[in-house]
Design a protein around this ligand. Structure first.
Ligand code: XMP
Length: 514
């Protein structure tokens, strides 16, 4: 299906995934590989084009990431971005040096020569620069096509050999015409038709799964999260009742969430699959009784989850395939793709496969970014409430209740959170804030309601904006919205007499409370 493929060769830049996403926005399929990938492997993939990313090093230093000259002699168009551009010049005989002025931020770039890369791009265009080295002399055969006030080679090309180098970052949205520039590369220069479409991907995947599974039996652990839901629906469309979905309700889900998942996947839903909902609330509350230490709570919830799943799996018996909702960033970050290899290990596998006897794993979303998973979900007809669901931690409300978890506290936090979500949606903020939720502090304080003294819990409201969930800023929510949420929670949720708004960023805070 993906005959038309562009490769993004990663030199350790922070925007590697962004480059790939922008290329896919041009409806061209692409994948990320480390600069350590052998030339033979690259040739074997038969790419229509190659993009070299930025990176934190200086290409003229010993031991900096590099690539052999032959990469530029394959006859395949190459586009170098920032470090990738400098490296191209360095390897092909140009000169790269430390710049007298470091360029950082939005910069006006003047396009000085006609170039297929800049077709339909303004002569003066704003681009995102971030470099301390610069190309002081382009390699032989290259001509300079763009400059900035401080940078004599903002872009250079050897059109005959289809080699293009740009100093700025077209993948970053601050580069106003960046997607157009990348589009010119992949469409005009590489000659890609641009046929990567979500509907054809979805149809093709369904067909592929059907052929692979044959008459086999498939098991899917469904959490109700976006990834597992989209994976399950894709499987359901492919193989119907050969699929069994196990959904463990641990009693730590948001209000009505268990029923929402059941409405989509259960017997009343549109798919003909075996759906097993395990109502294990009481079991979890019993295990959590008296436990206050956050890590211990997480461990108990995680372990109990596996125990429940294991029991169900044993009833089902051996299956042929196990479905996992792995998505492309997991693959890249686990080192199978780009350069982030050493930093993170795969975090999507969980402990489940160990307790089930199965032959193979099916990962239908393995090549998709999160926004593409959502689009696939919409194409598959999954309700928007599920598709645009916020990230929700595996241990659920268990880590949003500080201290001991009880059924009563779960009720309080569910009610408060539902009100908060409703008001945020009413104010039209639900798609603009990264993640938001209510948590129950373990604090009780004195208040007065009517003429009565109260001694009740305080609810904390959290809302953050984040790009990668590694850092986050608290979101600005209009005062009136917070006032309404506060007043509704205090009036409608029994057991609460105080509401706080958490202003802490991450770091030093984390997004969740435990
Ligand atoms: P923290 O609290 O670490 O959260 O700043 C970062 C992001 O990760 C989510 N999170 C989890 N997700 N299992 C998950 O699947 C977990 O144990 C877990 N803990 C935190 C959190 O909701 C936020 O989006």
């Amino acid at each position: 299906m993906n005959q038309e493929k562009v490769l993004v060769i990663d030199f350790g830049g922070q925007y590697n995934q962004l480059v790939a996403r922008r290329v896919r926005e041009c409806n061209v399929y692409c994948e990320i590989y480390s600069y350590r990938t052998e030339l033979e492997a690259i040739k074997a993939m038969n790419p229509k084009g190659i993009i070299l990313t930025g990176g934190p090093n200086s290409c003229y230093e010993e031991n900096s990431p590099t690539y052999q000259k032959e990469l530029f002699e394959l006859g395949i168009p190459v586009l170098g971005l920032c470090y990738g551009a400098q490296l191209m010049m360095h390897v092909l005989g140009g000169k790269v040096e430390k710049a007298p002025v470091r360029e950082y931020g939005k910069t006006e770039v003047r396009v000085e020569q006609d170039s297929p890369l800049f077709a339909d791009v303004s002569r003066n265009t704003i681009c995102w620069m971030s470099h301390f080295d610069y190309i002081s002399r382009p390699a032989p055969g290259f001509s300079v096509t763009a400059r900035t006030a401080d940078c004599p080679v903002a872009a250079a090309e050897n059109r005959e050999k289809n080699l293009y180098a740009i100093q700025f970052h077209p993948e970053v949205l601050h580069t106003l015409e960046g997607t157009k520039i990348l589009g010119n590369f992949v469409r005009t220069i590489c000659g890609c038709a641009g046929s990567w479409r979500m509907d054809s991907f979805v149809e093709h995947s369904i067909e592929e799964i059907r052929n692979r599974v044959g008459s086999g039996r498939v098991l899917c652990a469904l959490s109700g999260g976006v990834d597992s839901s989209v994976a399950a629906v894709m499987l359901a469309k492919a193989i119907g009742n050969q699929l069994t979905c196990v959904f463990v309700d641990h009693g730590l889900l948001r209000k009505q969430e268990g029923d929402e998942v059941e409405a989509v996947f259960g017997p009343e839903g549109p798919y003909q699959l075996h759906f097993i909902r395990v109502n294990a609330q009481e079991r979890f509350y019993e295990k959590l009784a008296g436990v206050t230490e956050p890590e211990q709570k997480r461990k108990i919830i995680g372990e109990e989850f596996i125990r429940v799943f294991e029991e169900e799996a044993r009833k089902i018996g051996a299956v042929d395939f196990l479905v996992q909702g792995t998505i492309y960033p997991d693959v890249v970050e686990s080192g199978l793709g780009g350069e982030s290899a050493v930093i993170k290990s795969h975090h999507n596998v969980g402990g489940l496969p160990d307790c089930v006897e199965f032959r193979e794993i099916i990962e239908p979303l393995r090549n998709l970014f999160k926004d593409e998973v959502r689009r696939a979900g919409l194409k598959l007809g999954i309700p928007e409430t599920l598709v645009y669901r916020q990230p929700f931690p595996g241990p659920g409300l268990g880590i949003r209740i500080i201290g001991e978890v009880t059924g009563e506290k779960v009720r309080i936090v569910q009610e408060a959170d539902a009100i908060y979500r409703e008001e945020i949606a009413k104010a039209g903020l639900d798609r603009t804030i990264g993640q938001y939720f209510a948590a129950l502090t373990n604090m009780r304080s004195v208040g007065v309601m009517g003429d009565e003294r109260t001694y009740d819990y305080a609810v904390a409201l959290r809302a953050v904006n984040t790009v990668d969930f590694m850092t986050a800023e608290s979101a600005e929510i209009p005062w009136e919205v917070l006032q309404t949420v506060m007043s509704r929670i205090i009036n409608e949720v029994r057991g609460v007499n105080r509401v706080f708004y958490d202003l802490t960023s991450k770091p030093p805070g984390t997004i969740e409370f435990e």
